[in-house]
Design a protein around this ligand. Structure first.
Ligand code: V47
Length: 758
């Protein structure tokens, strides 16, 4: 381990530092030293320049399928302060910007339930059509991964479509924190770190430039920060393409993590400096002024930052909703003054960090005050279109990986050709009827006269009845009134509380969370991800449990808007402490491993004088575990156990496993001193989720036979109920036969003994 001064000298020589060095610096270096080292590196990268640009953000909607703990921006469809801009409104907004001198539009919003890859491409096309000379930096890797997955195309194909539509760069959002365990706590529904990195890797390989970020200052550890930076640095080595890294300070207002507060400004400076020092292959480090505020941004320039983002023009709500300054807007003069006050030279750049040279008379060229983006309760801002309301559908058609057809509909819909023809025919039909009525006018008049006479005689009859039987008439009238009142109340209740409207809760289990959210959205249910587990055999995001739950035998119905709580399989493996399980019985050790989410890789039997099934020692990844050992492994990791046996108990009896689930069979195999060999699923087990339901129909070692301890036993599993029933019967008959044989053998032995005694 190097000490601080060794590391500092190495940084001054322009060398790369290791993750251990980074931790040492972060923990131990005084702030002034970090400032000095980071500034040294910044000057090597960009001299005394500090970059800014003229940009706006476009946040078409804050409706998001995902519900991250730290997010203050996200709303559910139907929430009072949710906003949504149709494609026409996005285009109109882009047209408003014509004539301004911005060079970049940064488009980002929630992962909208109804947006598809095509919607996103069309959005870019329309913005580009309105602003052909402006670069479009659009959609975080999280949004991109989602839309590409939904479209069922490869990442490269999806990115190609976006590029063809006019996307020029990808912003750095959605990275949050890469550590799997923490990611599963703060944003379990987002794509995994690997998927986020895969999108950026593919983009870089296609020649697209992108940014990267890290959300810090919440519950992450220094190790997790360094790990995050390390993964970015590795990707940049492997496939260069990151223009800038943006450390994003967690802002704590109005979200579910608010109680943890915010980190100090000193922490911000250490973060900034360490980013510059560690990320020696990413050219720019951005102090995003919207997140920090002006004084902290200025200070960040003395800790390695060489970019402060742009004019913004009050077009982003992500930070103001989380407690940063509201109405973020800085003029070019203000941005430049901030940079100069910090002792640097302001340089206007474009999206790709080319310096923008403007003629004298183009400064300032903003010809009109730009209108801010829609706000939840705007006074002067343009009124956002309310999010399209969903009518609960009676029947569900689940089509995974198909693009939802529900494009937000404009209010005044142009009738289709078919509708127009139908409308025309209806008109003609009406005209025909009218002319017929005119021709048959006499008859109509005659019929009308007859009806009038009939009505008058009915009226006379009623009045006659009322005068003759006043009491009965009153009772009847009160009855009619009461009935009318009941009907009115019932209708009122129906429309007011949506009484009577019930939804059959779909069985979400086995679906991916993204598909589940789609279905919940269409059926007007509210999905809450309450818990996550990690099962190595299941893909990340698979729903493994739900409440309330529709089962094979019972449908659950609920009212619209009702919450359905889901447990999903986490996208990334949780790390757990390896427990010390030696010096106890095999069963106790198995229980303890199971509790920690670990499994058995192999049981190795060793002859012993005194005991059988006693755990002598344990190994993980080739390392022996001792009582004082402290190391973590991923959930699901296999542990090798060395277990004792007395020589007279070298053999063991093979258990009957037919009809058991894999988990039950595994347990029985280990309990009987055997190891798991091959595990084979037949063709009835169509996917990984069905594996949990599959049962053993055959085993490689014959039940009740005697084999040596530690032997391997292979399992064959199926979901075919008929096959299982047949095999169960066969196993039962076999068991009876074996029992009968044993009994007979015992009897024979007794007889032989008796004979011998005679
Ligand atoms: O991914 C959300 C973050 C990001 C909070 O690429 C929060 O040039 C703090 O990525 N407190 C979106 N941060 C913004 C973003 C960005 C911004 C500016 C420039 C660029 C660029 C990218 O905002 C999200 C998330 O990490 N975020 N909520 C919050 N409460």
């Amino acid at each position: 381990m190097r000490n601080i001064s060794e590391i500092a000298d190495s940084v001054r020589r322009g060398e790369r530092i290791s993750t251990d060095d980074a931790l040492t610096l972060w923990r131990e270096a005084p702030l002034w030293l970090l400032g000095e080292l980071a500034t040294e590196r910044k000057r090597r990268a960009s001299g005394d320049k500090v970059f800014y640009n003229r940009n706006v953000h476009l946040e078409p909607s804050n409706i998001c399928l995902f519900n991250c703990e730290f997010c203050s921006f996200r709303r559910r469809e139907g929430d009072a302060d949710a906003w949504y801009m149709s494609l026409d409104e996005v285009e109109a907004r882009a047209r408003e910007l014509q004539g301004s001198d911005i060079t970049e539009v940064h488009i980002v919003g929630g992962v909208h339930p109804k947006h598809t890859l095509d919607t996103y491409c069309e959005m870019i096309r329309r913005v580009k059509r309105a602003l052909p000379h402006v670069a479009i930096k659009a959609y975080t890797a999280v949004e991109i991964f989602y839309m590409i997955r939904l479209a069922g195309v490869t990442v490269v194909e999806g990115l190609r479509k976006l590029v063809e539509a006019g996307m020029e760069a990808i912003p750095g959002g959605g990275a949050e924190i890469f550590d799997a365990e923490l990611r599963s706590k703060i944003c379990p529904e987002k794509c995994s770190a690997e998927e986020w990195l895969a999108v950026h890797r593919a983009a870089h390989n296609m020649g697209l430039s992108t940014n990267c970020t890290m959300l810090y200052g919440h519950i992450e550890t220094l190790e997790q920060r360094v790990d995050h930076l390390d993964r970015l640095r590795k990707l940049q080595d492997e496939a260069p393409g990151f223009d800038a890294f943006i450390p994003l300070k967690y802002r704590s207002r109005n979200n579910r993590m608010s109680d943890i507060g915010e980190c100090s400004v000193e922490e911000d400076m250490r973060m900034m400096a360490m980013s510059r020092i560690f990320l020696d292959n990413i050219p720019h480090i951005k102090a995003y002024w919207v997140a920090y505020g002006r004084p902290t941004t200025e200070m960040a320039l003395a800790f390695g930052a060489d970019d402060i983002d742009g004019t913004i023009e009050d077009t982003t709500k992500i930070y103001s909703m989380a407690g940063a300054d509201s109405a973020p807007r800085m003029s070019v003069a203000e941005l430049e003054a901030l940079v100069r006050d910090a002792g640097f030279t302001p340089v206007e750049r474009d999206t790709h960090y080319n310096e923008v040279k403007r003629g004298q008379n183009t400064e300032p060229k903003v010809t009109k005050q730009l209108t801010p983006q829609p706000t939840p309760q705007p006074k002067s801002a343009p009124k956002p279109t309310p999010a399209p309301k969903q009518e609960p559908k009676e029947e569900l058609k689940i089509e995974t990986k198909t693009e939802p057809k529900a494009e937000p509909k404009p209010t005044a819909k142009k009738p289709s050709l078919e509708q127009q023809i139908k409308e025309e025919m209806k008109q003609k039909e009406m005209t025909k009827r009218d002319s017929h009525a005119i021709k048959s006018g006499d008859i109509s008049r005659k019929v009308a006269k007859e009806n009038k006479t009939k009505d008058a005689s009915k009226r006379d009859a009623i009045f006659g009845f009322v005068t003759r039987h006043p009491f009965t008439a009153n009772v009847v009238m009160m009855g009619v009134l009461a009935l009318a009142l009941i009907i009115a109340l019932y209708i009122g209740l129906l429309s007011g509380t949506r009484h009577g409207k019930v939804i059959a809760v779909p069985d979400f289990r086995g679906m991916n969370i993204i598909d589940a959210r789609h279905i919940a959205d269409v059926t007007d249910l509210n999905i809450i991800v309450r818990d996550s587990i990690f099962d190595v055999d299941l893909p990340g995001g698979t729903v493994v449990d739900q409440l309330p739950r529709t089962s094979d035998v019972r449908d659950v119905t609920v009212k619209p808007g009702r919450k359905v709580y889901l447990t999903i399989n986490a996208y990334s493996r949780r790390m757990v402490d390896v427990p010390y399980v030696a010096k106890q019985t095999l069963r106790q050790a198995l229980n303890q491993l199971e509790r920690e989410g670990l499994t058995v890789q192999k049981i190795i039997y060793e002859s012993d004088l005194t005991s059988t099934d006693y755990v002598l020692r344990q190994l993980v990844d080739g390392r022996e575990v001792h009582p004082e050992s402290k190391f973590k492994v991923a959930v699901g990791t296999g542990v090798t156990l060395h277990v004792s046996y007395r020589s007279e108990e070298q053999n063991t009896t093979v258990p009957r496993l037919v009809g058991l689930s894999f988990a039950q069979a595994k347990s029985a195999v280990w309990d009987n001193g055997l190891n798991i060999g091959k595990v084979v699923y037949d063709e009835s087990v169509e996917d990984i989720v069905m594996r949990r339901k599959a049962k053993v129909y055959s085993q490689s070692l014959r039940q009740s036979s005697s084999v040596s301890r530690g032997s391997e036993l292979s399992l064959y599993l199926t979901c075919d109920e008929e096959l299982l029933e047949t095999k169960r019967c066969e196993a039962e008959t076999e068991a009876k036969r074996i029992e009968e044989e044993r009994r007979k053998a015992e009897e024979a032995a007794l007889e032989a003994m008796a004979d011998a005694m005679e």
